[in-house]
Design a protein around this ligand. Structure first.
Ligand code: NDP
Length: 293
């Protein structure tokens, strides 16, 4: 078994991003600028946003955080998005999910100017992704592609089973891995909670992408010898043994699955760190007007 080491790859790619950010600054006189909107005080969201902001600073981007209480109205939030859309000093805008129940996430996603949609959730970006056109790719699947590329994992002709069909991870991942590209050219099976014979399906996979949100869901008996395992899950459990007061678990039973795998991502230290790289790459591409002029 070999580790797909998100920490190592992320650090390496962030150095490259930092170099490019420095040349953007030298040429244009400004740093790539990411704005994040955070509504409420969800523990997970606070951690993710803080980490995104910190990583922006690390690679020489400007980052701004716009905070709202849970009580913010949908109209207020949409107005703010409009304002940021029109600000030429902003390259990327993300709204951290989940949002409170009274705010429609679809309206929020569609309100973001697709040319600043560095999370890649806007229908224009998703549509362009479907058609294999230049676009912002959702950060987590993008990070996974970068990791597969870095370790030169062979994907063509492989059977990939994606577990989970969310708009932000599972569905885009399945489209990207089926594309005529590298990494890609897989035969993809997209599975979900209504899939019959899930274990059998997963057992037939050369590559497994687990994006379910349930601790240790993928067990050793569901994995074929030599499979490549990408564990997207981040399941937080309260713990007295850690400084932060919680511990993270993936969707894969790492201890028992790893001995059967050819390659596997750890949690933490795997996909989560690569997601940030995906976001930084999209923000840089936006600042350089590589995708939309
Ligand atoms: P969602 O809750 O949006 O989607 C979960 C998916 O898993 C759904 O498609 C659901 O099926 C499926 N599912 C749930 N239970 C089962 C089951 N028993 N059998 C088969 N499929 C099942 O989650 P996300 O995609 O947003 O996130 C998934 C995990 O990845 C979470 O732990 C999240 O924290 C983590 N995550 C990690 C990121 C990272 O950077 N590492 C980034 C984003 C998410 P159905 O559609 O039928 O309900």
């Amino acid at each position: 078994m070999q580790l797909l080491d998100g920490k190592f790859v992320a650090e390496k790619l962030k150095l490259e991003i930092a170099e490019e950010a420095a040349s953007v600054l030298a040429v244009s006189g400004r740093k790539p600028h990411l704005v994040a909107i955070l509504v409420g005080h969800d523990g997970g969201s606070e951690t993710y946003v803080a980490s995104k902001m910190k990583n922006c600073e690390k690679v020489g981007f400007k980052s701004s955080l716009v905070r709202y209480e849970e009580t913010v109205t949908e109209a207020e939030l949409l107005n703010k998005i409009d304002e940021i859309n029109q600000d030429p000093g902003v390259d990327g805008l993300i709204v951290q999910l989940p949002l409170p129940k009274h705010i429609d996430p679809e309206k929020v996603t569609e309100k973001i100017d697709y040319r600043k949609d560095v999370d890649g959730f806007h229908p224009v970006n998703l549509g362009r992704m479907m058609r294999n056109l230049p676009c912002f790719i959702p950060a987590t699947p993008y990070g996974i592609l970068l990791m597969l590329e870095e370790y030169k994992i062979e994907t063509a002709g492989k059977h990939c089973v994606v577990v989970g069909r969310s708009n932000i991870v599972g569905s885009p991942m399945s489209i990207l891995l089926a594309r005529n590209a590298y990494p890609g050219n897989c035969t993809v099976t997209l599975t979900h909670s209504r899939t019959a014979n899930l274990s059998e399906m997963v057992r037939s996979a050369d590559i497994i992408v687990a994006a379910i949100g349930r601790k240790n869901f993928i067990t050793a008996d569901m994995v074929k010898d030599g499979a490549v395992i990408i564990d997207v899950g981040i399941n937080r459990e309260v713990s007295e043994s850690t400084r932060s007061g919680y511990k993270l678990y993936g969707d894969v039973d790492f201890d028992h699955v790893a001995p059967k795998a050819s390659w596997i991502t750890p949690v933490p230290g795997g996909v989560g760190l690569m997601t940030i790289v995906g976001l930084l790459r999209n923000t840089l591409a936006s600042a350089k007007k590589e995708i939309y002029k």
